[in-house]
Design a protein. Structure first.
Length: 276
């Protein structure tokens, strides 16, 4: 008996702490499971990350998933690496851009990273922003004043700083009634902003629609709060063993710690054990 056909499935994985282990390496078990899911079962597999086109590329191109577009900038973009084409881009609105500069004015110690469709701009880049762009060897422009940054095609903004500063910025944002933006926590020293209503899940469903995949056959796996909306969106939400309690509460499948091959756990469940 042959393998079941899973061409009506889309599985999407976060990268750091999910697809990759805590050492930023891809466990062999994950790679082999993805190969089987795509090549033997005809499933659609792709990645969803806060990274831009450039920094996502190496993670995407080492997998046998060419042809299935990826979710970049935490959902602001859907990019097709096979055609080198942005299929969808949801830019931050002017009102929210004004809010970024207001936060920068109120909290002058904060470092700001602005990722557009093609470029990265940093404001007040000292420690955190430098570490982020250098870790991935990214091209960026450090600006001394907000006016130096073109106000177009902003996909994602990251506020960076010591945990206490980030906590104060989050508290300030919580007091605002009209942000027209989606804020999320990606670590204790960073706070991210996307356009209103945008997250990894909205972009994921655009890819599912491209392939005519039903909601019940969409699955996603992540490890932190910037994956929360994505998990809430799909038919089969999964999280890694080390994920916070709130993530486990919304997951229908609980994988092992990312160091053990959490993506393989999910794919093996879909290939072998999942029942409609």
């Amino acid at each position: 008996m042959g393998n079941k056909d899973l061409s009506n499935w889309l599985v999407v994985s976060d990268i750091d702490g999910t697809l990759n282990n805590k050492f930023r390496q891809l466990p062999k078990r994950n790679y082999e499971a993805i190969c089987r899911f795509v090549n033997e079962y005809n499933g659609h597999f792709t990645l969803a990350s806060g990274r831009n086109v450039q920094s996502m590329r190496k993670h995407y191109e080492r997998l046998p998933i060419a042809g299935t577009p990826a979710v970049i900038l935490n959902g602001a973009g859907v990019y097709d690496y096979a055609q080198e084409k942005m299929l969808h881009f949801d830019a931050i609105n002017d009102h929210a851009i004004d809010l970024v500069f207001e936060i920068y004015r109120r909290f002058p110690m904060v470092e700001v990273e602005i990722l557009t469709d093609k470029m990265i701009y940093t404001l007040n880049s000292k420690i955190f922003a430098k570490v982020m762009v250098r870790a991935d060897k990214l091209h960026y422009k450090n600006c001394k004043h907000p006016d130096e940054i073109p106000r177009e095609k902003w996909g994602k903004v990251i506020f960076l700083g010591m945990p206490d500063l980030i906590k104060r910025i989050r508290k300030y944002v919580d007091t605002l009634t009209d942000t027209r933006a989606n804020f999320m926590s990606s670590s204790i020293s960073s706070f991210e902003m996307l356009n209103e209503g945008v997250h990894k899940g909205t972009a994921l469903m655009k890819i599912a629609d491209m392939y005519g995949i039903e909601h019940r056959h969409t699955a996603a796996i992540g490890d932190y709060f910037n994956d929360y909306d994505m998990l809430k969106t799909v038919g089969l939400p999964a999280c890694c063993g080390q994920a916070p309690k709130a993530m486990h509460e919304i997951a229908k499948f609980h994988a092992c710690h990312c160091n053990g091959g959490a993506v393989a756990d999910l794919l093996e469940y879909i290939m072998n054990d999942y029942k409609e």
